[in-house]
Design a protein around this ligand. Structure first.
Ligand code: MRU
Length: 347
């Protein structure tokens, strides 16, 4: 699947809210539409958000030129709207900033589009490399547990955690991938299971609460998840529920591996306590298929992400290195909001 792409008419993206029932592609012609699709999770997942941010800026530039509007004003407005549309995945603001920086350095509209397309292509390459590196680390693991969707749909192609799964599967078919359903928006059962079924990977969907019991019962060899932001000290923000899996994996003595591109490491965020966590609507928790499932007076709390402390993370696998956060330096802390720092490679 190519989750999102650039076309002559605008940005083409698969509507993830319609999966697995329907493979419907949307054509996004305006930045405001893209912002709405990001907020509704029609396009979601850290790397897909990064590329969407960059393509959104390119779209703003193209439209400003067509309408004879001021290019810099249009880009400033688009940058604010896109960067604020979801707070946790650092990739989104990096995608926006990459195009904004090119403009500050004098790029014209065609070059801005090129910058966004280069991000799209780099994402594909990085995800393939992450898959191979992760498979090397986990060689021999035949029963993998994953949470949310860190697959092709969370990037342009391939994904991160599922890129590792697919690379292992290519070496030797896996016994099973346990797919946590991922309450409340069900990215696991709707999206990850859809990808694994298409890829012919043996899998079982489980309720999130079943994961710890399976791990402590010796049924899982490794947990592999993606990340929305990794702080300079190695703390990892990912879909809510990831922390519970890390705690269970620690107790069960199995690896908890985070697969993510270098961009997800945010040198400008010192620790997990500084990562902005998105709180989403109460209705996502209190309704199911449009029907209220709780008593009318009950309220809900809906953090969309949680933070796993670095000491519970066995390894972070990027396209360039395998970091062991307990002992390696993940990134030098930079003053916020400079999220562009290049992280040193670990020998
Ligand atoms: O709310 P979502 O669906 O955007 O959350 C996505 C996740 O938490 C993924 O695990 C994360 O983005 C890593 S995948 C690149």
């Amino acid at each position: 699947v190519r989750t999102l792409d650039w076309s002559a008419c605008g940005i083409r993206l698969i509507d993830q809210n319609r999966l697995p029932d329907e493979e419907l592609f949307l054509m996004v012609r305006e930045v405001d539409e893209l912002v709405a699709h990001i907020q509704s999770l029609a396009v979601r997942g850290a790397m897909a958000l990064g590329v969407a941010g960059a393509l959104g800026m390119a779209l703003a530039a193209v439209r400003a030129k067509e309408r004879g509007e001021d290019l810099d004003a249009a880009l400033d407005e688009a940058a604010t709207k896109l960067s604020n549309s979801r707070p946790t995945a650092v990739n989104l603001s990096i995608g926006v900033e990459n195009v904004a920086r090119a403009r500050r350095e004098g790029a014209g509209v065609a070059e801005l589009v090129e910058v966004a397309l280069a991000m799209r292509d780099a994402d594909i390459e990085a995800n393939l490399a992450i898959g191979l590196r992760g498979a090397e680390l986990l060689r021999g693991a035949r029963r993998i547990l994953t949470h949310c969707n860190a697959g092709a749909l969370a990037g342009v192609e391939h994904g991160t955690a599922l890129s590792v799964v697919m690379a292992l599967q290519r070496e030797q078919p896996l016994d099973v991938v346990y797919v946590c359903e991922t309450r409340p928006l069900l990215q696991g059962v709707r999206l990850t299971a859809w990808e694994l079924a298409r890829g012919g990977v043996e899998h079982r969907v489980i309720v999130d609460a079943a994961a710890a019991g399976l791990m402590l019962g010796g049924e899982v060899d490794a947990v592999v998840v993606g990340a929305d932001r990794i702080a300079a000290n190695g703390d990892v923000a990912n879909k809510v529920g990831s922390l519970s899996h890390a705690l269970a994996a620690h107790r069960a003595g199995i690896p908890f591996v985070v697969a993510a591109p270098e961009d997800t490491i945010d040198a400008g965020t010192a620790s997990g306590a500084d990562i902005p966590i998105e709180y989403r609507s109460e209705s996502e928790v209190l309704t199911f298929e449009g029907r209220e499932i709780g008593p009318p007076k009950s309220k809900a709390l809906n953090p969309a992400f949680d933070v796993t402390p670095a000491d519970l993370v066995t390894a972070v696998v990027t396209q360039r290195r395998t970091i062991l956060p307990a002992t390696d330096q993940v990134a030098p802390a930079l003053p916020h909001p400079d999220t562009t720092g290049v992280c040193p490679s670990t020998p």
